[in-house]
Structures are given as C-alpha cells and as structure tokens.
Design a protein around this ligand. Structure first.
Ligand code: E4P
Ligand code: PEP
Length: 359
C-alpha cells in the first residue's frame, strides 16, 4: 500500500508546486517498507534556497530530509533506521533476509551446469551463480562462453527450479543478450546482473545497468579503491533509476603478502548497512581464493563465510564445481558438490546465532 495517493489531487498539487520551483528537478522513488510503500520525492538542483519548514507545510509531506551525504538514493539519512526491500521473481531482498547463491564461477559444460543445479535443487536452493562473461587478468585466459551458453543455462535453471541467477556482465550489450535468451527460452528464471570488482568504476556501464529496471544488480566493491568510492559507484546505478542494488564485499588487494587472495573485509557488512539501505553480499571464494584449511579442519572459506553471516550478511556468493580440477576459472577456490550440505549447515548455524542477538 502506498503512503500517498499518487493519483489524488493533493499529490498533484504538490508535484505542480515542486515543478514551479526555479532550478529544481524532481525524481520519484518508491521504497518498499515493512508495511507500506513509501514515496520519496528527490529535489535535485539549487535546493539551498528552500526552507525545510516551508516544504513540510506542503500537502502529502510527512518528512523532509536535507540530504548532503553523497549516496543520496541508496544512503541511510539522518535517523532513518527503516528497513526497505525489493522483490524479484518471488524472492525478497533486504537488510534482514539471507540468500545463498552457490554455483559455477564460469560455465564450462552443460553437464557441469546440470550437476550443479541438480545438487542445488536437492538441497532446497533456488538461487545460483553462473559466469558466462568472465573478466580475466590475461587476454589469453578463458573469457567465458558468453551468449552461447545462455540458452542451456536458463533452460536448466527452469528444469531445477532456480529462481535467480547472479551473472556478471562486462558490457552493456550483455543485458540485451541475456534478455533475448530469457525470452527465447520462455523466461524460466530470473537474472541478477553482477558488476564485478574490475568494473566497479566503469561509470558508463554502471549508468547503462542503472537505466534498466528489469534486473536487480549485485555491485561488487572495487578491490583497490576506498569504501566511499565504491558506495559512490553503486549510487550511479540508483541515480539512473535502478535501486534494486545489493552491495558485494569480496576482499581487498593489499599487496602485503597476504595468505588469502584478498584481504577479507566482511567486518564491513554492518558498516555498509549503517551507511546505506542496500542488502550486503559476501563472496568468501574470491576473498580467500583457495581451499586453505585451518588446523581445526575447516576450510578458510567456511570460516570467513561464518564471519560474514555473523556480521549480518544478506547474500552469499560462493563458487562450487563438480570437478574443481577441471574448472576453467578459479578452480582452486571452488568447493565440491559433496561439501554443499556442510556449507549450508554452517550458514544455518551462523545465521541462527546472528538472529539470536540481532534486534
Ligand atoms: C573470476 O571470477 C574472475 O574472472 C577471476 O577471478 C579473474 O582472475 P584471473 O583472470 O586473474 O584468474
Ligand atoms: C566473480 O564473482 O566471478 C568475479 C569475477 O568476482 P570479482 O569481480 O569479485 O573478482
């Protein structure tokens, strides 16, 4: 239920008044809260001349906030502790939900995709990750099967009840390729577009992805820039209109001879949740980068996953492979299908512990 009647005379009067203000542009966003949909009207331009008190007196206005923080749409402003959500293909994403996206870092064969999806279905999972377009350090490394694999990936997703696939895109043309393949296969699944760490500041790609509102977006933090720079980059998506954005932590480059592929940054989960209204994803696979194991017999990937979940993570993106030694990308960090139930069990235990303490 909307908090205002968008077709009513009062809202019309408000919008007419705002349109008459010189040097001011308006943008409307609908924020889905626990009980109702909040309509937020953003005033962009010379807002310093406006008085908060005058704005409060206008029809339909419940609250006026002067936003000076850079993350205008995605940020959490002043005392606003409200939770908001977005729904996509039957699933709800917010700062209090948790979804596991286990799957292939890179699609290699149809058989491996099917084995992965069957295992997910058998363990009650409805989300996965599938890499078709791979951003590689070397131009000579496998770059992904691209659009050629999309039809069988989507068809198998439908067969095994997968509702959302996280899939990285590296060029805006990939959005159309995904849309076409979904259409061709009868829309059997949903897709969450992923912006990888290497494209975190590819502003034209961000703008293009932000302009479409059909697919939600997983934005991964840049591995060599500040958190503030990454949050600003995520804001590009929302400023163009798409606020169905999840913020991904995947470790940072530190060049300090770290034992992990990247320095694990999951202690930033609550920081991002405090600064913004985005759900937060953790990627233990790209953070740790290997199957290293502690003396307690647990893989470091399992340890850091539990740390991220305890910190309040809302999504886990994690690499699995039926035969890691045959994986064409990032095999050394892939968990096996036999490890899937243990991984899910660890997530359940950590989540239960988190929920016991969280407000
Ligand atoms: C996969 O997810 C990325 O493409 C991969 O981590 C890139 O790393 P590399 O090309 O250095 O192997
Ligand atoms: C990935 O998730 O496949 C990936 C390339 O991750 P990142 O952008 O974090 O390196």
């Amino acid at each position: 239920e909307e908090n205002v009647d968008l077709n009513g005379p009062e809202f019309k009067q408000l919008m007419e008044h705002l349109a008459s203000l010189p040097g001011i542009e308006t943008r409307i966003h609908h924020e889905k809260g626990t009980e109702r949909v909040l309509t937020e009207v953003y005033l962009i331009g010379s807002t310093l001349q406006l008085s908060v008190e005058d704005m409060k007196a206008l029809p339909c206005v419940e609250r006026v906030v002067r936003v000076s923080e850079p993350y205008r749409v995605l940020g959490r402003h002043k005392d606003d502790q409200r939770l908001s959500y977005f729904d996509y293909n039957g699933l709800r994403f917010g700062q209090d939900t948790l979804h596991v996206f286990a799957g292939l870092c890179a699609v290699d064969t149809r058989e491996h995709v099917e084995m992965m999806m069957r295992a997910l279905r058998d363990h009650g999972q409805v989300c996965t990750r599938m890499g078709a377009y791979k951003p590689r350090t070397s131009p000579y490394s496998f770059q992904g099967h691209g659009k050629a694999c999309l039809p069988y990936v989507f068809e198998l997703a439908g067969k095994y009840g997968i509702k959302v696939i996280a899939m990285e895109i590296t060029h805006e043309d990939h959005i159309d390729q995904i849309r076409e393949a979904l259409h061709m296969t009868g829309n059997p699944t949903g897709v969450m577009l992923q912006i990888g760490t290497r494209n975190a500041q590819n502003f034209e790609l961000l703008k293009a992805v932000g302009r479409q509102q059909e697919f939600p977006v997983l934005f991964k933090r840049g591995f060599g820039i500040t958190l503030d720079e990454s949050l600003n980059a995520a804001e590009y998506l929302a400023s163009e209109g798409n606020r169905k954005v999840i913020f991904g932590l995947r470790g940072m480059k530190t060049n300090m001879g770290d034992p992990h592929r990247n320095f694990v940054d999951f202690s930033h989960v609550p920081v991002v949740k405090r600064l913004t209204r985005m759900p937060v994803c953790i990627d233990p696979s790209h953070s740790v980068g290997s199957r290293a194991m502690a003396p307690d017999g647990l893989l470091d990937i399992m340890h850091v996953t539990a740390q991220g979940v305890i910190a309040g993570a809302n999504m886990i993106l994690v690499d699995f492979h039926p035969e890691p030694s045959k994986a064409l990308v990032d095999g050394p960090q892939a968990l096996t299908l036999a490890e899937l139930p243990y991984f899910l069990e660890d997530v359940r235990i950590a989540r239960e512990a988190y929920l016991r303490r969280a407000a």
